[in-house]
Design a protein around this ligand. Sequence first.
Ligand SMILES: [Zn+2]
Length: 308
Amino acid sequence: MPIAYFHHPECLLHDMGKGHPERASRINAIEDQLQASRLLELVRYYEAPLATRAQLTRVHDSEYIDTILNFTDKSGVVYLDPDTVLMSATPQAALRAAGAMIQAVDLVLMDQHKVAFCNIRPPGHHALRHRAMGFCFFNNVAVGAAHAIEKYGLNRVAIVDFDVHHGNGTEDIFAHEPRVMLCSTFQHPFYPYCGADTMSNHIINVPLAAGTGGDKFREAVLMHWIPNLYKFAPQLILISAGFDAHAEDDMSQLRLRENDYAWVTREILVIADKYAQGRVISTLEGGYELQSLGRSVAAHLKVLMRMD
Ligand SMILES: [Zn+2]
């Protein structure tokens, strides 16, 4: 069974301004690398649908959704925070990014695919219930988890987040939702400056010091994520797949490499095979150095496609 691969041209039109690191060329760099690695010919393409308002209100306040969707200024922009710029193409792109997760959950839970990857932007894991933050508008992975719970009655959905930044938006949304386990590794202290002291039995936060490399990352995953995931026995695993902890990505000071992303993906698949019938959906978060981003996604997908 091929993996489902989501993309949409409208995700490329969202533009937060010249020099902004969260840019359309990220998506293209990934596609180019997947093509060069001959992985793209093995996936099944899907154009991401638009998420509906009802799907978004499961995880976002109505008033906040209106702020995004009612923005109709054709030429102006609004800074929702110093790094997060709402412009005319943002609402459609954000709806596609969230909609990809919705359809991915549908396909995987209806047994059409075991695995899906969403090559979308804007990313989502900093988006809070009531506001945009850190390049994120709608919390895509949270929209997917809520959909799996509400529509399919799942009781245990795991979200694994290896982006270099803490998935604070995801934590904000699910802090009091024990049907979701969030496992997050992140550089600390670092943006968004939280997460190190808010652990619970289903929020498994693992702060890592600047300079941490693959060995210590793996150790942290084996010590904190894996035992908790075994205890939780997830019926579905979602991945907030950010690749900005890569050594070549100057967004951060962690020192991961492609083989670390391949390794953690394999660990996730072991849990998925044991408890979740192999069901895994990965959605793009960060990753800003185009070469290492492309190579890291290729390494991640190769494992998800059971080729490595
Ligand atoms: Zn990040």
